[in-house]
Design a protein around this ligand. Structure first.
Ligand code: SAM
Length: 226
């Protein structure tokens, strides 16, 4: 079973974010915050296309050289885990472990080249859930890709509840992808978090999305302020 002891820096592209979160052109024009964006190229590519994205991650306390070192230190471990568990993934748009390495590294390089400028512009903020340094409702849309639910065991239920509450505080809508934990099973927290949010001023849905890399991972949670 695919497993990691801790949350690792690993970055996806704008196109993957677009599909994971079923982002429409209208969505992309909103004020977006990416929570735990790490070395993804979503912010870099979105900015180049003229959209407004702020990314938060504790790795942004480091400079580009240090982040690149951290990526290099975990890169082989992640690919080795994928290699040992190939059946847990769908090899359709990415066809092999080698291609996965190339695609992820291309996205992370794009992030690294944008990072110094983006940090100066305030697009990369050193912040860690469950505390975001923004006033309430500063954003239209908050995204969490491959952090919440994925690291179910490592982060625990209290952290998940507090993190989702905080994302709901700063944004009018929250989308979380995937709903699966590492290893490919649906996180036990999905239904409990949905119940908690559904009992407050939010409506919750589980929506299918046009993206599946972890086998069975083609759904996001959508939480909207009523
Ligand atoms: C697997 S990476 C995913 C990166 C990106 N979202 C993507 O899908 O390509 C997980 C990221 O979560 C970040 N992270 C870990 N703990 C966090 C926290 N408490 N708040 C925000 N981000 C966190 C890590 O630093 C890492 O960059």
């Amino acid at each position: 079973m695919f497993t990691l002891d801790q949350v690792v820096p690993w970055g996806r592209s704008f196109d993957e974010y677009r599909r994971m979160f079923a982002l429409t052109n209208h969505d992309l024009c909103l004020r977006i915050i990416g929570c735990g964006d790490g070395p993804a190229s979503f912010n870099a590519e979105a900015t180049r296309l003229g959209f407004r994205v702020i990314s938060c991650d504790p790795i942004y306390r480091w400079d580009a050289v240090h982040i690149e070192d951290r990526i290099a230190a975990t890169y082989n471990e992640v690919l080795e885990q994928v290699r040992k568990n190939v059946d847990e993934f769908v090899w359709a748009s990415i066809r092999s472990v080698e291609e996965l390495g190339l695609v992820r590294m291309a996205a992370m390089k794009e992030f690294l080249s944008d990072y110094p400028v983006g940090k100066n512009e305030g697009r990369y903020i050193d912040a860690a859930l469950p505390i975001l340094p923004f006033p309430s409702e500063s954003f239209d849309l908050a995204l969490s890709s491959h952090l919440l639910f994925l690291y179910t065991t490592q982060l625990g239920e209290d952290f998940h509840r507090a993190a989702v509450r905080e994302m709901c505080r700063v944004a009018n809508e929250v989308r979380i992808f995937p709903l699966l934990a590492l290893g490919g099973r649906r996180s036990a927290f999905v239904e409990r978090i949905a119940d908690e949010c559904g009992n407050s001023a939010f409506e919750v849905s589980i929506d299918n999305v046009p993206y599946e890399f972890q086998r069975g991972g083609n759904q996001m949670m959508r939480i909207r302020r009523i």
